[in-house]
Design a protein around this ligand. Structure first.
Ligand code: ZN
Length: 139
């Protein structure tokens, strides 16, 4: 069995943002040499997500608006978690909804996506260095 483990690093200059990481993950699949297997991509922080959806700017803005409606950043005093001195309770909640990880099948050396599927990193408490793990296994 072949395997590859790599970390992707991000430092989003704003509190929230989305990054399409599909090309980077595809490059790692090529590098792994795996033809048939699985690719796991997960955020290594509890205030960031990895998810799959359409690479369409209107939809990404819809996510931003929807998440901010569900768990507004302000007022920060509305969250018990922020009594610890943090201000990122909303980021934990947004991350929970958008998910921790994705698993994509690798078939004939390629990510086996459905139509329009793309992989995104979702940042909800940015302005610092954070990681995503990519683990590829197969043969
Ligand atoms: Zn926190």
């Amino acid at each position: 069995m072949k395997s590859l483990r790599e970390q992707l690093w991000f430092e989003i200059p704003t509190r929230r943002g989305f990054v399409n990481i599909t090309d980077t993950v595809e490059e790692l699949v090529r590098k792994s040499g795996v033809r048939e297997g699985l690719c796991l991509v997960n955020a290594m922080h509890i205030s960031a997500s990895v998810f799959i959806n359409d690479n369409e700017s209107g939809l990404l803005q819809d996510y931003e608006d929807w998440l901010e409606e569900l768990a507004p950043h302000e007022p920060t005093g509305q969250y018990r978690h922020n009594r610890t001195g943090e201000d990122n309770a909303d980021a934990h909640l947004k991350r929970q909804i958008m998910g921790r990880e994705v698993v994509v099948a690798i078939t004939e050396g390629k990510l086996d996506f459905g139509p329009w599927e793309q992989i995104f990193y979702g940042e909800f408490d940015g302005r610092r260095r954070k990681r995503v793990l990519v683990k590829i296994i197969g043969e």
